[in-house]
Design a protein around this ligand. Structure first.
Ligand code: DON
Length: 583
C-alpha cells in the first residue's frame, strides 16, 4: 500500500505562525510537520516530505538521523515501536521492533550463585538484546512508505560523515561519559555522574567514536564527525536492512560480542524479525485512541487508565485540583499493577488484552476508587524495580494527506550499554534489564520477579513505551509519546488529558507539570516545585505519599486544530535540543 500525494499540490499556504512561550520556539504549520529531540533530524524528516515522502518516510528519515545527532537514545543498535495512521484506508498500523533476548540467554544470567545482581548487567554487550531498529524501520517503510529506502538513510549518512554542530547538552553528555568527572570543568558534568562507573570511557571503540579529535572536552558549537557510522549507514542505504542482520555490519556486531563477552550471534541476528501487530484501540469521550500493544505496555495502560478516568468528571475540577490528581493517581496505580502482573511478550505469554481494556473491567476498577489513597500493597504483594534510565526518544510526524506517525525508540539507558560496535560506529542497547532479572524475587528496592517477563531466548522484554495517535471522526487530532522509562505512560496520559479533557492549548498541554505513580514505589512524583502547599496537603490528607521536583518526560507532540487544519508541532521544552520542522 502506498500513499498518494496528488492532493498536496492544492496546498499552498506554508508556515502559519511562529511564536514563543516558556522560552520554547513553537511552530504551527499548514502542510506537514516533524517534531523530535534534535533539530537537524527534524529538518531531515521535513525534507523527506518536501520531496514527496509521507509521514512514515519522514519518521524513518528522522529516526536514522537521530541515530547520528542524538547518540544517547537515537539508535541503530536498539529497538522500539511505531504507530502509523494511514489516511487513505482510515486504518492504524503498529510495528514492534523491540529487541529480543539472545539465544544463549537464561532467566538467571545476571545473577550470582547467591542470587544477587552481578555488576555489569547494565554495561557492555552482555547487557544487549538483539537490536530491532533497522528491521522495524524497514518493515514500516515497506508497508507504508513511498520514497526509496536509500533516500531516507543517506541524509543520516551524510550528517555522520560531514559532522553536525553539537549543542551544549550533547557536549555535557559526552564529556560526562568520556572524562573522569573530577578532571573536567564541573560546569560540564551533570550532578549525578559521580556514581556512574559504566561509561563510554570504559570501552575503546566508544572512546574512538565519541572523543574530540584533540582529546579535549567537547564544547557547544564543536562538530562531531562519525566516519564508521557513516560507512555503516551507507551500507544500510545501499543494501537494505539485511546488511545489518546478515552483511558486513552483522559480522562486526558478532566479532564485537565475541571479543567482549556478549551473547549476540550471527544466528540471532539472522533470525530477528520486526512484527506488525494489531493496535490497541478504544474510545475516550468520543475520540479514538490508538496505541501500541504488548510487548509495549503503553497502549493497554493508556486505554485502561482512560477508561477508568472516563467515569469521573475531571474537567469540572480542572487538572490541578487535588481530587483530579488523586483520581489520576489511583488510575495510574491500577494501570501499573496490570503492567507488573499481566503484560509481556504476547508471543510467549497470553495477555488478556480485550479484558484489560474493556469498559466493564474499568467499571470495576473505577468503583474501587474512593476519597482516600489505597495502599499499593493492597492490590498485590509486589514492589517495583529500581527506576529506569533517562534516555529514550520520541518523535511525531504528520504529512499533507493527514497520515501520521508516533515513533518511540531507545537504547534503554542513555548511551545504552555504553559499548560502540568496533568498526561500525554505533552503540548497542542495554535493554535486557527490562526483563524481570530475579525470578520470583521481590526485594525492598521493588524489583518485580513475576513469571511473564522472565528472560527466555528469543523473547521480547516488556516495555513502557507509549506511542499514541488520537483520531476524531477519522482525522488525526493528536500524535504523542515520550521517553522516561516507567513514567512514559503517565507522561503520555497527561498530554492526552490536557488536550482532550482539560482542553489546554497545544503549548500548555505539553508544558503543564505532570505526575507519576508507578504502583510501587507507592509515592506520587509531582513534577517541578510549582505545586501549592494546599494541594500537597490535600493529597497527603487523602493518604498519598509525595515527592516533588525533577522533570518528567519529553513528549514531542503534534496537535491538529480540526476546525482550521492548523498543525501545532510542539517540541517539549524539558530537553533543550528539541525542535519542530515543517511547512
Ligand atoms: O522500553 C522501556 O520501557 C524502557 N527501556 C525505556 C527506557 C527509557 O525510556 C529511558 N529514558 N528515558
Amino acid at each position: 500500500m502506498k500513499w498518494s500525494y496528488r492532493g498536496l499540490i492544492a496546498v499552498t499556504t506554508l508556515v502559519v505562525t511562529s511564536f514563543s512561550l516558556s522560552g520554547v520556539h513553537a511552530e504551527a504549520y499548514r502542510k506537514h510537520a516533524v517534531v523530535s529531540q534534535q533539530g537537524d533530524a527534524s529538518d531531515i524528516g521535513r525534507d523527506a516530505m518536501r520531496s514527496g515522502g509521507n509521514a512514515v518516510d519522514a519518521a524513518v528519515a528522522t529516526a536514522f538521523a537521530l541515530a547520528v545527532t542524538h547518540p544517547a537514545a537515537g539508535n541503530l543498535g536498539g529497538g522500539g515501536f511505531l504507530v502509523a495512521f494511514d489516511a487513505s484506508s482510515g486504518k492504524v498500523f503498529t510495528f514492534d521492533f523491540r529487541e529480543t533476548a539472545p539465544s544463549g540467554s537464561t532467566p538467571t544470567m545476571y545473577l550470582t550463585p547467591e542470587g544477587k545482581l552481578k555488576p555489569g548487567h547494565r554495561a557492555g554487550p552482555r547487557a544487549a538484546g538483539v537490536p530491532g531498529t533497522v528491521r522495524g524501520l524497514a518493515l514500516a517503510h515497506k508497508r507504508l512508505g513511498s520514497r526509496p529506502w536509500a533516500d531516507l538513510v543517506r541524509p543520516a549518512a551524510k550528517l555522520a560523515r560531514d559532522g553536525f554542530v553539537i549543542s551544549g547538552t550533547l557536549a555535557r553528555g559526552l564529556n560526562a561519559q568520556l572524562f573522569d568527572p573530577q578532571k573536567v570543568d564541573r560546569a560540564d558534568v551533570p550532578e549525578d555522574l559521580g556514581a556512574n562507573a559504566d561509561r563510554l570511557a570504559h570501552f575503546e571503540a566508544s572512546v574512538k567514536a565519541y572523543r574530540h579529535p584533540e582529546g579535549r572536552p567537547w564544547r557547544e558549537g564543536d562538530r562531531l564527525i562519525q566516519t564508521d557510522l557513516a560507512n555503516t549507514l551507507d551500507r544500510i542505504a545501499a543494501n537494505g536492512p539485511d546488511e545489518f542482520y546478515q552483511g558486513e555490519t552483522a559480522k562486526l556486531i558478532v566479532a564485537h560480542n565475541e571479543k567482549l563477552g556478549g551473547l549476540i550471534t550471527a544466528a540471532d541476528l539472522a533470525a530477528y524479525q520486526a512484527v506488525e501487530r494489531n493496535p490497541i484501540h478504544g474510545q475516550f469521550r468520543g475520540f479514538d485512541i490508538y496505541g501500541m500493544g504488548p510487548p509495549a505496555s503503553g497502549g493497554i495502560l493508556m486505554m485502561q487508565m482512560l477508561n477508568i478516568l472516563e467515569r469521573f468528571d475531571l474537567a469540572a475540577d480542572g487538572p490541578k485540583h487535588p481530587r483530579t490528581l488523586h483520581r489520576i493517581t489511583e488510575a495510574m496505580r491500577r494501570g501499573f499493577f496490570t503492567r507488573a502482573t499481566e503484560i509481556a511478550d504476547p508471543d510467549r505469554v497470553e495477555v488478556p488484552i480485550e479484558k484489560l481494556i474493556s469498559k466493564a473491567y474499568a467499571d470495576k476498577l473505577a468503583a474501587s476508587i474512593g476519597e482516600k489513597a489505597i495502599p499499593s500493597a493492597e492490590l498485590a504483594p509486589f514492589r517495583i524495580e529500581h527506576p529506569e534510565g533517562t534516555d529514550t526518544t520520541h518523535l511525531s510526524t504528520i504529512d499533507g494527506k493527514g497520515n501520521a506517525v508516533a515513533l518511540t525508540y531507545t537504547l534503554e539507558e542513555g548511551y545504552g550499554c555504553k559499548s560502540v560496535v568496533a568498526g561500525a560506529g554505533f552503540l548497542l542497547n542495554n535493554e535486557m534489564g527490562d526483563f524481570n532479572l530475579r525470578p520470583g524475587y521481590t526485594d525492598a528496592l521493588g524489583r518485580i520477579g513475576t513469571k511473564a517477563n522472565l528472560i527466555e531466548p528469543g523473547k521480547r522484554m516488556l516495555s513502557s513505551q507509549t506511542p499514541t495517535i488520537v483520531l476524531k471522526n477519522g482525522k488525526v487530532r493528536l500524535v504523542t509519546g515520550s521517553p522516561g522509562g516507567r513514567t512514559i505512560p503517565n507522561t503520555t496520559i497527561w498530554v492526552v488529558l490536557n488536550t482532550l479533557e482539560f482542553k489546554l492549548s497545544p503549548r500548555e498541554a505539553v508544558d503543564a507539570p505532570r505526575t507519576h505513580h508507578p504502583w510501587f514505589p507507592d509515592v506520587i512524583a509531582l513534577e517541578g516545585k510549582s505545586w501549592p502547599e494546599e494541594t500537597l496537603n490535600a493529597l497527603r490528607e487523602r493518604g498519598h505519599r509525595l515527592k516533588t521536583g525533577g522533570i518528567q518526560g519529553d513528549a514531542h507532540s503534534i496537535m491538529v486544530d480540526l476546525d482550521s487544519g492548523v498543525i501545532h508541532a510542539e517540541a517539549d521544552s524539558r530537553r533543550k535540543t528539541s525542535r519542530s520542522s515543517g511547512d
